[in-house]
Design a protein around this ligand. Structure first.
Ligand SMILES: NC(=O)C1=CN([C@@H]2O[C@H](COP(=O)(O)OP(=O)(O)OC[C@H]3O[C@@H](n4cnc5c(N)ncnc54)[C@H](O)[C@@H]3O)[C@@H](O)[C@H]2O)C=CC1
Ligand SMILES: O=C(O)[C@@H]1CCC=N1
Length: 307
């Protein structure tokens, strides 16, 4: 029998429970006492930190960031964050440590922490991994040398920078209600955010985390089409992006199926169905599904490679 494990049931109960608690018990005022660390200082670390800072949930004086490349840290320094080229410093100082390196760098990054810090200086930390493909089991094993470590696996996306992110998270086996409340409170200000069982995360990440890149490509192509038909690039891009946003809102805000919404645009023998015909001849649906499949399978592979 496929294991709908105790973990999964416990996980779902925990999600429900914490959503309730979060609304009734948790107070943002406690967050100022948290120190947040980022191991890895790249695009996603910046997006997460900026998004939660913009909502007033953290102060850069309580942010600790590490990267081996001092030049990368300049922009963080200017914002008032504490920076270091030593991952161990961040792991020691912060109570909540975002793991935000590329999956193949994780082992090396954690080894550098163990080398440069005494293990007992890194205890009772909440680690939040945003790494594609790396499972909670792998993370818990790798972090077991640090006593009291708890892990939450999060899959964010870059549109959180504009308050329209779509993030899912899965709690590890040792997380507390307070950990979940805290993470939820950080993530929910960045856009849509949902707790899901881990077996879904690679598929979800292919849609939500990789998805923006697929959609940018579509917007660029829509804009290119406009330019080809004589529009100036700036106006073609603005209209293409607004159209994609509006169509997405129609899907989210109406109860209608996407096919119905499409049919409402296509008049008989009209211009839109001529365009739809061209898209279908080009195999656009299959191509998009292939893209999601490729991204999800790649995440699985990244997890295996990190073993
Ligand atoms: N970019 C995206 O849209 C998303 C990324 N992710 C995940 O976020 C993680 C980070 O991705 P990005 O921010 O896009 O990558 P990135 O390449 O922008 O950032 C990674 C950073 O890690 C730093 N780094 C390299 N070696 C290091 C080490 N040994 N110790 C500490 N830092 C080190 C580099 O300076 C670099 O800035 C990845 O694991 C990815 O799977 C997840 C969801 C979306
Ligand atoms: O492409 C990547 O590997 C990362 C993970 C999801 C989005 N960007």
């Amino acid at each position: 029998m496929k294991v709908m494990s105790k973990f999964h049931s416990a996980h779902i109960i925990s999600c429900i429970k914490h959503t309730f608690l979060q609304k009734h018990v948790y107070s943002y005022s406690t967050q100022s006492s948290y120190k947040i660390g980022f191991i890895g200082d790249g695009a996603m670390a910046k997006a997460i930190c900026r998004s939660i800072h913009r909502k007033g949930l953290i102060d850069y004086s309580n942010v600790y960031v590490a990267s081996p490349y001092p030049k990368n840290l300049d922009s963080w320094k200017q914002l008032g964050a504490n920076v270091s080229t030593d991952n161990a410093v961040v792991a020691q100082e912060a109570n909540i440590v975002f793991l935000a390196v590329k999956p193949h760098i994780l082992k090396e990054a954690l080894i550098s922490i163990s080398k440069n810090a005494l293990a007992d200086q890194i205890r009772n930390k909440l680690f939040i991994s945003i790494l594609a493909g790396i499972t909670i089991h792998q993370l818990e094993e790798m972090l077991s040398k640090f006593e009291g470590s708890r892990v939450i696996r999060v899959m964010p996306n870059t549109p959180m920078l504009v308050g329209n992110g779509c993030t899912v998270y899965c709690p590890g086996s040792k997380v507390t209600e307070q950990d979940l409340q805290l993470v939820q409170s950080f993530l929910e200000v960045t856009g849509m955010c949902q707790c899901l069982p881990e077996h879904m995360i690679n598929a979800v990440g292919a849609v939500t985390a990789s998805g923006p890149a697929f959609v940018y490509l579509f917007i660029e192509a829509l804009s290119d089409g406009g330019v080809r038909m004589g529009l100036h690039r700036d106006i073609a891009t603005k209209f293409a992006a607004q159209t994609v946003m509006g169509a997405a809102q129609m899907v989210l805000n109406t109860e209608k199926h996407m096919g119905t919404l499409k049919d409402e645009v296509c008049s008989a023998g009209g211009q839109t169905i001529a365009g739809i015909h061209a898209l279908e001849r080009g195999g656009v649906r299959g191509a998009v599904m292939d893209a999601v499949e490729a991204a999800a399978l790649k995440a699985v592979e990244l997890g295996k490679q990190a073993k």
